[in-house]
Design a protein around this ligand. Structure first.
Ligand code: GTP
Ligand code: MG
Length: 200
């Protein structure tokens, strides 16, 4: 498979307070590596990963994986509770600036390997996620727990949204815009069907 040989290019965004583990999550996901040294990100971290998507959150990594980025807020260690409270702010920022009113989100409670420093109970985080109607995962960028799973579920949400958009484009519905998307359900701008010639 050559570099340009893919159907969709999807960009994920990681949101959360400084130090919660966004960069570490990303590198764990793309390279399976973890660095315990804290080097705050200046600018952006960007990685790519190539996957074969199967419906319902199953993905098969391809030989020659290259990496990409993902999304979430997080909640642990000495900074834990403050960063947990800030998840609400991150989500409202996202809702304000995202491609639609209800962007696809998964919430990650990272650093779950640091059990002795836990300041946020799993039930509290779960409750918050339920309030927003989004999936929640306890993750460890250090050990890799649930890192791949969280991204799989997020990708599944995005692909399902795209499927719904494609389905609607066949419906003769005057509420749909001329390109086939309803005003409330836009495609992520970054989810570019590169090769599929999809009407999105
Ligand atoms: P900014 O770039 O400042 O926004 O921070 P960040 O969210 O990218 O955090 P980063 O990934 O740099 O991680 C901050 C520190 O937490 C580093 O020392 C990481 O090694 C550590 N860390 C990140 N994730 C985990 C984890 O799951 N478990 C443990 N034990 N440490 C982690
Ligand atoms: Mg970072």
């Amino acid at each position: 498979m050559s570099d340009g040989d893919y159907d969709y290019l999807i960009k994920f965004l990681a949101l959360g307070d400084s130090g919660v583990g966004k960069t570490s999550f990303l590198y764990q996901y793309t390279d399976g590596k973890f660095n315990s040294k804290f080097i705050t990100t200046v600018g952006i971290d960007f990685r790519e990963k190539r996957v074969v998507y199967k419906s319902s959150g199953q993905m098969e990594p391809q030989a020659g994986d290259r990496g990409f980025t993902f999304n979430c807020g997080t909640l642990r260690d000495r900074r834990g509770f403050g960063s947990f409270l800030n998840v609400r702010n991150w989500i409202s920022q996202l809702q304000m600036h995202a491609y639609c009113e209800s962007p696809d989100i998964v919430l990650c409670g990272n650093k779950c390997d640091l059990e002795e420093q836990r300041t946020v109970k799993e039930e509290e985080a779960q409750e918050l996620a339920e309030k927003y109607g989004i999936p929640y995962f306890e993750t460890s960028a250090a050990g890799g727990l649930n890192v791949g799973r969280a991204v799989e579920v997020l990708l599944d949400l995005i692909m399902k949204r795209m499927e719904r958009c494609v389905d609607k484009s066949w419906m003769p519905d005057s509420t749909l815009r001329s390109n086939g998307h309803s005003a409330n359900e836009k495609l992520p701008e970054e989810a570019t069907p590169e090769k599929s010639k999809c009407s999105c």
